[in-house]
Design a protein around this ligand. Structure first.
Ligand code: LLP
Length: 421
């Protein structure tokens, strides 16, 4: 069951609510619209898949950092994956159990590591200097920190180069030739760090589970080597990265169950706890960006639908040439001509497009138009370019009521940065 459906008479629904009606009842556009029940269903799919394994679902906060959503994910039993001091603070604010949180990143700074050490968050070692800083943080707080080694397994995730991380020339993790150096260095600091596991993250939007299996085989081999040296490592963290069906096609993409099933036997064979770090596959399909059509124009051979949303609210198409499905929220009039449009925003950049070459009935001024699968890496990557202030967010609750879950930013918020200067 998916939250967004089109009725036979051409209206888009979010769960049981007409998106057109929500659009008319809120005071500002564009806005993000989520389904809370869909978030629950997505987490349940992972939980079902993980039955029979000791596991932690570490939700990658970078994908979407709405506090209300985080609280809901925590309530459903998720842990969290953090990549900055502020994501760490937010995870604590949302009530996540720190011992189910993992602090990741290739440039973690000492002051943030100190908070992580203080709170007993697991920390991934990414480099020589990172280990040095983790040891320093442990000394500051007088605690032994649970660490995992982020190993770069050199597996090609077959995705856009900007979202590939696990190949050997990437800036993330450590390569195998350095493994022994790290194990020796960790042995030298028994009071500061306790090695509890190994981590890898291959990249994002991965659509073949064999890729995860290849990585897991490599990682299990490392874990065997690490255990041979007397370390009691109990965690395998295979990162996040499972893709979703952005094209709304008939293609059958791997599910959380497919992902977990390909690594299950390996994990059980070594009696490991499995950590996974899903972002996109938990949250992307729970949301769309609801826009209003400002007008339609033609230049040369191109037709444009100009909407109020833009690359400022949703940058993935501009940044990665990503496809996100676009549709109108209400049926077009019978005489509306079906044409091929670029769907663009009002921002002063030719990179400001939400979709290219989309076949749509020519929309009327004011018509509602949604960009789907906007729950991950859309609001969290939004900017205020052209002073398009970040939009409000709403969700449809379990009972079908609609609630605001984040205020939109305003012009006054911008002016506040200059007060008292
Ligand atoms: N763990 C680590 C260490 C990561 O770097 C990431 C994402 C995740 C987990 C979550 O991956 P997911 O399950 O969401 O694929 N902005 C890009 C995606 C960047 C992903 C960065 N790392 C986009 O919009 O496609």
């Amino acid at each position: 069951k998916h939250c967004f459906t089109k009725s036979d008479d051409g209206y888009l629904y979010c769960e049981t609510v007409k998106v057109q009606e929500i659009m008319e009842s809120v005071d500002r556009r564009p806005f993000y619209l989520y389904s809370k029940p869909q978030i629950t269903r997505n987490v349940e799919a992972y939980k079902d898949a993980l039955q029979g394994l000791n596991s932690v679902i570490g939700y990658a906060i970078k994908a979407n950092n709405n506090l209300k959503i985080l609280e809901h994910l925590r309530h459903l039993g998720c842990g969290a994956v953090l990549v900055s001091g502020n994501e760490l603070r937010l995870a604590l604010r949302a009530g996540f159990d720190p011992t189910r949180c993992i602090f990741n990143g290739n440039g973690k700074i000492l002051e943030d590591l100190i908070i992580a050490a203080q709170e007993d968050v697991f920390i991934n070692i990414d480099s020589e200097f990172d280990l040095e800083n983790i040891v320093a943080a442990a000394r500051v707080v007088g605690k032994r920190v649970n660490v995992l080694l982020r190993i770069n397994p050199d597996v090609d995730p077959q995705v856009h180069p900007y979202v590939a991380t696990g190949n050997k020339n990437s800036k993330f993790g450590i390569r195998n030739e350095k493994l022994q150096w790290f194990l020796d260095a960790i042995k030298e600091h028994p009071n500061e760090v306790k090695l509890v596991g190994a981590h890898c993250h291959l990249g994002s939007t991965i659509t073949k589970v064999d890729i995860f299996r290849d990585a897991a085989v490599i990682m299990i081999n490392y874990i065997d080597q690490i255990r041979d040296q007397g370390f009691e490592v109990n965690y395998l963290n295979i990162g996040g990265g499972l893709g979703i069906d952005y094209y709304h096609s008939d293609a059958v993409l791997p599910t959380p169950r497919d992902l977990i099933d390909t690594v299950r036997e390996l994990v059980l064979s070594r009696d490991l706890n499995l950590i996974i770090e899903p972002g996109r596959s938990l949250i992307a399909n729970t949301c769309c960006l609801v826009n209003r059509v400002t007008g339609v124009k033609t230049n040369g051979s191109k037709n444009f639908v100009v909407i109020d949303g833009s690359m400022a609210e949703l940058i993935r198409p501009s940044l990665y040439d990503a496809y996100q499905h676009i549709e109108l929220v209400s049926p077009a009039t019978a005489d509306a001509e079906i044409l091929t449009f670029d769907v663009v925003g009002p921002v002063c950049e030719s990179a400001d497009f939400l979709g290219k070459g989309r076949e749509l009935p020519t929309p009327a001024k004011g018509a509602g138009l949604v960009v789907h699968d906007a729950g991950a890496y859309c609001m969290s990557m939004a900017s205020t370019y052209n002073l398009k202030m970040r939009p409000p967010e709403y969700w449809v609750e379990d009972d079908g009521s609609v609630s605001k879950i984040r205020h939109g930013e305003t012009f006054e918020d911008h002016i506040r940065f200059f007060e008292g200067l």
